[in-house]
Ligand binder design. Structure first.
Ligand code: ACO
Length: 326
C-alpha cells in the first residue's frame, strides 16, 4: 500500500529575539508570570521588511538542501498560514515564484495553529491518490504582526517562524500512518482576528478599535484545548493499535507548556519523550510543529523506524493529529 513519507525537513526563525524581560518594559507583565503560565522565555520577531513568504522561503530552502531535490522537481506547494503576505495572491504562489518551482501548483490552507497538520493530511491524500508526487508543505506564521502590543493577555504568547517538509510516495512500512482532522466553527469567537476581511473591511474605525489584532478568550480556550488534545492523543494511538510506551516522541503544537504537560500526563509519557521548544520560540502557530520536527530530526532525537505522534489545536476551532513511522 502506498504511503506518504517525509524525506526532508527544514525550518527558519527570524534573528530578532524578544525576551520576557523586554516585554516587562512594554506592558504590565513579568518574566515570572509568563514562565509559570506558559513556559515561554523568549520568542522571535520578524523584521519590518520580513513577510511570511520570506520565512517560508528560508525554511523551504533548508528542506530542499537536505534531500538534494531541485525546486523544479516539486509538483505541489501547500502553505499553512493565517498571516500570509496579503489576502491574495496566496503565500504559496509567492513562494513558488521565489523558489522558481515552475511545475508546482500552489495554494494556502487556513486552520490557524492546526494548519500544518491540515496541510500535511491534504498532501498525504494527494500522494496516495497519485495526483502529485513530490510535495512541499510549509507551516509559516508571523503573528507578531497581528498582536496588539498593548494587550498583555496576547502579546506575550506569540512568535514568528516557519517549518517545512517534503513528502513523496513510499512503499515500505515508513511514512504517515494516519492523520485525523476536526473542526468546530461554533467556537470561532474564542480565537479570532475580527477585521480585514469581508465582514469588517479595513477602516479608520477598525484600526481605532484594534480589530486587526488577535483576540483570544485565553482561559476558555485553554480548558477546551487540554480536554480535546488529551482525548485526541489517546484516540490516535488506539486507531493505530499502539501503546504510548511505543512512541519515541510526542511533537505537540507549542501553545502552552501546561497544555503539553497535560497531554503527556494523560498518556503516561515522561517529558523527555516530548519535544518542547516553546521556551525559545513561543507560539509560532502553524510553524510550531514543523520547527520542532525539524529540530528533532536534525539533532537525531528521532530516527528511522521511530513512532512519532504530532498533535495541534487552534483557531476555528480546529484540532488535528498525525501518527508517523519515521
Ligand atoms: N502578565 C501578567 N498578568 C497577566 C498577563 C500577563 N501577560 N496576561 C493575563 N494576566 C492576568 C489576567 O489579567 C488575570 O488577572 P485577574 O485574575 O486579575 O483577572 C490573570 O492573569 C489570569 O488570567 P487568565 O487568562 O485566567 O490566565 P491563564 O492561566 O488562563 O493563562 C493563557 C493565560 C496563557 C493565555 C492561557 O489561558 C492559554 O495558554 N490559553 C490557551 C492558548 C491556546 O491554546 N491557543 C490556541 C492556539 S493559538 C492559535 O490558534 C493562533
Amino acid at each position: 500500500m502506498l504511503k506518504a513519507e517525509i524525506i526532508a525537513t527544514g525550518s527558519y526563525v527570524p534573528e530578532k529575539v524578544l525576551t520576557n524581560f523586554d516585554l516587562e518594559e512594554m506592558v504590565e507583565t513579568s518574566d515570572e508570570w509568563i514562565t509559570e503560565r506558559t513556559g515561554i522565555k523568549e520568542r522571535r520577531v520578524s523584521g519590518k521588511d520580513q513577510a511570511v513568504s520570506d520565512l517560508a522561503y528560508e525554511a523551504a530552502k533548508n528542506a530542499l538542501k537536505q534531500c538534494d531535490l531541485k525546486a523544479k522537481e516539486i509538483d505541489l506547494i501547500i502553505v499553512a498560514t493565517v498571516t500570509g503576505d496579503m489576502p491574495f495572491p496566496s503565500t504559496a504562489c509567492i513562494l513558488q515564484d521565489r523558489l522558481d518551482a515552475k511545475k508546482a501548483a500552489a495554494f494556502d490552507i487556513n486552520a490557524a495553529c492546526s494548519g500544518f497538520l491540515f496541510a500535511l493530511s491534504t498532501a498525504e491524500s494527494f500522494i496516495k491518490s497519485g495526483a502529485h508526487k513530490r510535495i512541499l508543505v510549509v507551516g509559516a506564521d508571523a503573528l507578531s504582526k497581528f498582536v496588539d502590543w498593548a494587550d498583555r493577555a496576547t502579546c506575550v504568547l506569540f512568535g514568528d517562524g516557519a517549518g517545512a517538509v517534503i513528502l513523496q510516495a513510499a512503499t515500505g512500512d515508513s511514512g504517515i500512518l494516519s492523520t485525523h482532522l476536526y473542526s468546530d466553527g461554533s467556537f470561532g469567537e474564542m480565537l479570532m482576528l475580527p477585521a480585514g476581511g469581508s465582514r469588517n473591511p479595513a477602516s479608520k474605525e477598525t484600526v481605532r478599535k484594534s480589530l486587526h489584532a488577535i483576540k483570544m478568550k485565553g482561559n476558555e480556550t485553554f480548558k477546551i484545548a487540554v480536554r480535546t488534545l488529551e482525548n485526541l492523543a489517546v484516540d490516535t494511538l488506539k486507531k493505530n493499535n499502539l501503546k504510548p510506551s511505543q512512541l519515541t516522541a510526542l511533537i505537540p503544537h507549542q501553545a502552552n507548556l501546561r497544555i503539553i504537560q497535560a497531554t503527556a500526563n494523560r498518556l503516561g509519557l515522561p517529558m523527555d519523550k516530548v519535544v518542547v521548544n516553546i521556551d525559545r520560540y513561543g507560539n509560532t502557530s502553524a510553524a510550531s510543529i514543523p520547527i520542532a520536527l525539524d529540530e528533532a530530526a536534525r539533532t537525531g532525537r528521532i530516527r528511522k523506524g521511530d513512532y512519532i505522534l504530532l498533535e495541534a489545536f487552534g483557531g476555528g476551532l480546529t484540532w488535528a493529529s498525525a501518527l508517523i513511522k519515521w
